[in-house]
Design a protein around this ligand. Sequence first.
Ligand code: BEZ
Ligand code: FE
Length: 274
Amino acid sequence: MRNLTEENLTDAVLGRLSDCGNPRIRQVTASLIRHLHAFIRDVEPTPQEWFAGIQFLTDTGKICDDKRQEYILFSDTIGVSMLVDAINNRKPIGATESSVLGPFYVEGAPERSSGADLAPGEGPGVLVSGMVTSTDGTPLPDAVLDIWQTAPNGLYHVQDSAAPEHHLCGKLHAGPDGRYSFRTLKPVSYPIPTDGPVGKFLEELGRHPYRPAHIHFIVSAPGFKPVITQLFTEGDEFIETDAVFGVKNSLVVNYLPDGEEWKMDFDFVLEPQH
Ligand code: BEZ
Ligand code: FE
């Protein structure tokens, strides 16, 4: 096709997809082209502005390596990660809701029995306890809770060369009655990495980079859909403005005083795998 114009260019590009043999790739690419062309028509960027966008993506790629994934951080900060999460985790009523995995999960945390202390010798601690059940209320004694969180300095053990390996992490096995408990430290709010293009982008938007305090969990049991989630601290100053939009009401918990320490209860509910 020749003589392409502002009016017929989109259809011409879409027309070139007709030989694509993979229907899903064809569908996704067609939608991407339609939306990108609509975006350009809406914004009418100057060549300099378009190049600034290209430069942002270039810088984002350059800072990525096997430890740093700036594209995921970008997706997190514009709510896309939570939208993908929501679409893929439509839970039945009562099942524990999901939230983003985040970049600080490391497989291979030490296996621990229920009752384990993830912060021996450190305090004041929190006794976290509850039960893991099916959506029909049946306790799940084979449940495993993979747990990770920040230390009081706001860093995950993978970010902090001074921290003991797997500090404040554990793969906790529920007890025979489906109950679990562990001792840890109260998590703190912390900024997502700001030393790359996403940090500059947030600054440009006048947005802060903080996540409200939370503990991460992957809760699984044989025959059930695992849930990747987080428990957020009620009253945290960033609870309404999480930099990555991960907070859900059902995941906000209260820490109650317990002598010199704290306690917090939460029951996880898994849906059967089908
Ligand atoms: C986290 O909670 O660990 C996290 C999630 C998304 C981006 C950065 C950090
Ligand atoms: Fe986190």
